[in-house]
Design a protein around this ligand. Structure first.
Ligand code: KG4
Ligand code: ZN
Length: 339
């Protein structure tokens, strides 16, 4: 019998629905929310409202383009947390209502767990290279930065994490300082491609072991710009590409230094990246070149599965379904990480 999972993601500012058949993607729809651009960050209440508007059409489109019958869906997997409470409530309530009316189980999914599994995502008929267990994963998103040992589809261990800002936050905050709209990460990526990464240097954090820190870097970036703008009001406009290339290269260096250390400490040489920042072209390129230098096998999610999407939620749901790890209809979402 086919296992068909409907996945729902609504933790932040993307409303997404996907359908997986036997662990392979047959549809994945994402509705982005442009409303946050002008505010320099995600406005929680606007996000909840947009999810409410998007959820029904997005799910309908995902099911229609998958070409499956609603009655053939085996279970509904949804993001239970972490994320914005109001945003999570929309997806959670929708998933529960859908499952009750179809008389199928619900499966609650941890958003970070789902990001990790994004390296396994592939369409029906595709034969992508996937990592063996255990492998290392650098998980870099807007809210989290962690290095994990992935022991199994459902078991992982955090061996390093940020003590303050996440890598995605560093991208977004530096972009904001340059006057760029939210989210700034993809824009910095675009500008960095034509900039000189040696043009500026910023202070590096000194954090022991496998942990990260990004708040000092953001401050160093802010002060550099403030000093230069005093002398030349056009400084940012005239140096946008070099500033972008330099800050991006610094963030990547910080991430890669710890990843190299993690591989040395654990002797694990199968290395993956995941989360929104894994969409960064500089990071993807650097992981590939470092992999060749260090003798690693590297695994990078398809670009469309790096940022928030429901296919990864459905895949985590698929593996929980196989183990009969179902959710409870009365369980509420959680905004912060639950261990
Ligand atoms: O995983 P994600 O979509 O949402 C969270 O779970 O947080 O990650 C969003 C983060 C944002 O900070 C965004 O700026 C960053 O990922 N991001 C990028 C790129 N695409 C998204 N950062 C750098 N370069 C990119 N191309
Ligand atoms: Zn995410």
């Amino acid at each position: 019998m086919n296992v068909i999972i409907l996945g729902i993601e609504s933790s932040c500012d993307d409303t997404s629905a996907a359908v997986l058949r036997n662990g392979k993607v047959i549809s994945n729809r994402v509705a982005n929310q442009d409303v946050h651009k002008e505010y320099g960050g995600v406005v929680p209440e606007l996000a909840s409202r947009a999810h409410q508007q998007n959820i029904v059409p997005v799910v309908e489109r995902a099911i229609a383009s998958a070409g499956v019958d609603k009655k053939d869906i085996s279970a509904v997997a949804f993001t239970r947390g972490p994320g914005l409470m109001g945003a999570l409530l929309v997806g959670t309530s929708f998933a529960k209502g859908f499952a009750l009316s179809a008389n199928i189980p619900i499966i609650d999914v941890n958003h970070l767990h789902a990001h990790i599994l994004s390296v396994f995502l592939q369409e029906e008929g595709e034969d992508k290279k996937i990592p063996p267990f255990p492998f290392l994963c650098l998980l870099v998103s807007g809210g989290h930065t962690q290095i994990l040992i992935i022991h199994d589809y459902l078991k992982s261990e955090i061996i390093g994490q940020t003590i303050d800002d996440a890598a995605g936050e560093a991208f977004d905050k530096c972009a904001k300082v340059m006057g760029l709209p939210y989210p700034g990460g993809p824009l910095i990526d675009q500008y960095a491609a034509v900039g000189n990464q040696e043009a500026f240097s910023f202070s590096r954090p000194q954090v022991k072991g496998l942990d990260f820190s990004f708040s000092g870097l953001k401050t160093s970036f802010l002060y550099t710009l403030r000093d230069r703008v005093k002398r030349d009001p056009e400084f940012i406009q005239n140096n946008q590409v070099d500033l972008s290339a330099s800050i991006q290269a610094t963030i990547i260096d910080i991430l890669m230094d710890k990843l190299i250390l993690a591989a040395k400490k654990t002797h694990i040489h199968h290395i993956a990246i995941a989360g929104g920042v894994s969409a960064n072209s500089g990071l993807r390129k650097r992981l590939r070149s470092e992999g060749e230098k260090q003798g690693w096998e590297v695994y990078i999610p398809e670009f469309r599965y790096s940022t928030d999407n429901a296919a990864m939620i459905a895949l985590a749901g698929h593996h929980k379904f196989l183990k009969k790890e179902f959710g409870n209809i009365a369980d509420p979402p959680y905004a912060r990480i639950k261990h």
